[in-house]
Write a protein that binds this ligand. Structure first.
Ligand SMILES: *Cc1c(COP(=O)(O)O)cnc(C)c1O
Length: 469
């Protein structure tokens, strides 16, 4: 019997009761969850998921920014099956290796565009974005130690950045709610403000003027910390979990000038932005900057199995390999053969279907035109896209761009309407965001936009009824 048609043996209520009794969820208020019960997702196909009540939902978030090749890819299941029957596991510690890990490293090196003289010939593997950023902290500090500058310890990041949920990942991230729990950040990590034009620009300031000003917050911070103490700057090309914050075009070139001037390492956290999301294999190519380390995870396997890692550029690889001796760091699952086999099959699909290219030339521009149109909706203050991701801000007054009181939870209200009407869209405050599968057709995009518009209309209706607008 096909797994998709197998009836679920447990009722929704029974699953919810077991869930509530035994499963501590990530990023979830459990008191709240216990009163409502979680939504149980049971199957998927293409761009859709289904819950245990049989409701079909268009997944405009690609799971959690990862199912770039869409659901239901038999090739990925086959690759996992075949590899499990051949070699389900072997470690890559102590001078052993396995074929899928080697092939994937070479493949990733071939896909990562060269930057000037530098290239990315090496990969370090983990199983997630968080672990990869922990590895980045280890590699960056080791690099400066080996170069005889052990005082270079400070890594600069940005408020509202997301770099994962381990101790180092959450510290590098700039989420105040995460820092407030668990005595974070760990020492020697500091943050500057994000380049969010809609929220932080001065009256009359152009996007380009703002972009340069925002980048110079990095220089201010380097000078405040002491240039000889700064090891690296880490940033997402566009901030994902922070709300699809798209920097002005002038931002990255100015960041590059500053990191070059002070000789600090640049880490591009592309856990969301790589593998076609912004129309390129790697997003630094889109913005034209030159990172030394590139974090990846999520869509490298389209989320079918956990895998992450760091593309290690020549500058760092040379020092670690030629001067480093043994690097006392690694994970049991670094270079896991099954995960690497699935990643290879996934990259093959992306190449064959030219997903990055589609985003760049076809569905990305189409999504941009759809968001321009939805920008005229009375609730929308600004609507913007970058590649195949988009964000729009719900505002109280369209003309003055006056925002709603945060405590009203208007974003969550809109998210509820999306959910009830068969669409997954995420709310970050009052900013509604999407990152759909890169396999969408124009008709799929039209259907998604219809559902978005419907959710906006219903939100406006509820706000009007409650006298909140
Ligand atoms: C999701 C994400 C991470 C963390 O990845 P996990 O696999 O959840 O550990 C790190 N950085 C960015 C930019 C992310 O979006």
């Amino acid at each position: 019997m096909n797994a998709l048609t197998t009836p679920n043996p447990l009722s929704t209520q029974a699953i919810q009761a077991l869930d509530s009794a035994h499963f501590i969820h990530p990023f979830t208020d459990h008191a709240d969850l216990a009163t409502r019960g979680s939504r149980v997702i049971v199957k998927s196909e293409g761009i859709y998921i289904w819950d245990s009540e049989g409701e079909k939902i268009l997944d405009a978030m690609s799971g959690l920014w990862c199912v770039n090749a869409g659901y239901g890819r038999k090739e990925l299941a086959q690759a996992a099956f075949d590899q499990m029957m051949t070699l389900p596991f072997y470690n890559s510690f102590f001078q052993t290796t396995n074929v899928p890990a080697v092939k994937l490293a070479a493949k990733l090196a071939s896909l990562a565009p060269k930057v000037g003289e530098r290239s990315f010939e090496h990969v370090f593997y983990s199983s997630s974005g968080s672990e990869s950023n922990d590895s980045n902290v280890r590699m960056v500090r080791r690099y400066w130690d080996l170069l005889g500058q052990p005082q270079r310890k400070v890594i600069i990041s940005r408020h509202n950045a997301y770099h994962g949920s381990t101790m180092a990942g959450a510290s590098l991230g700039g989420m105040s709610g995460m820092h407030a729990q668990g005595d974070l950040p760990i020492p020697n990590i500091t943050h500057i403000d994000q380049p969010y034009f809609f929220e932080n620009a001065l009256p009359g300031e152009t996007a380009d003027e703002f972009g340069v000003r925002a980048a110079r917050w990095l220089e201010d911070k380097i000078l405040a910390v002491g240039p000889d103490k700064v090891a690296a700057f880490i940033a997402e090309p566009i901030q994902g979990a922070g709300g699809v914050i798209i920097p002005p075009a002038s931002y990255w070139p100015e960041i590059q000038r500053i990191v070059d001037k002070y000789g600090i390492l640049l880490i591009s956290d592309e856990v969301i932005c790589a593998f076609g999301r912004l129309g390129h294999w790697f997003a630094y190519e889109k913005f034209g900057y030159k990172p030394d380390l590139v974090t990846f995870a999520k869509a490298v396997t389209s989320g079918y199995i956990p895998l992450g890692g760091v593309m290690v550029g020549d500058r760092v690889a040379k020092v670690l390999i030629e001067k480093g001796g043994e690097f006392n760091h690694g994970y049991t699952y670094s270079g896991h053969p099954v995960a690497c086999a699935v990643a290879l099959a996934n990259l093959e699909i992306m190449e064959r279907e030219q997903l990055p290219q589609r985003v760049k030339d076809d569905i990305g521009p189409y999504l941009a035109s759809c968001f321009e149109a939805i920008g005229t909706h009375p609730l929308v203050g600004v609507a913007e896209t970058c590649g195949f991701t988009a964000g729009l801000v719900l505002v109280k007054n369209k003309a003055s761009r006056e925002r709603f009181d945060e405590n009203l939870g208007v974003g969550m209200m809109c998210r509820r309407h999306c959910f009830q009407n068969g669409l997954i869209m995420r709310a970050v405050g009052d900013r509604m965001i999407i990152a759909p599968p890169l396999t969408m057709t124009h008709a799929d995009i039209d259907e998604m936009m219809r559902l978005i518009r419907q959710a906006l209309d219903l939100t406006l209706q509820e706000l009007t009824q409650k006298g909140l607008i």
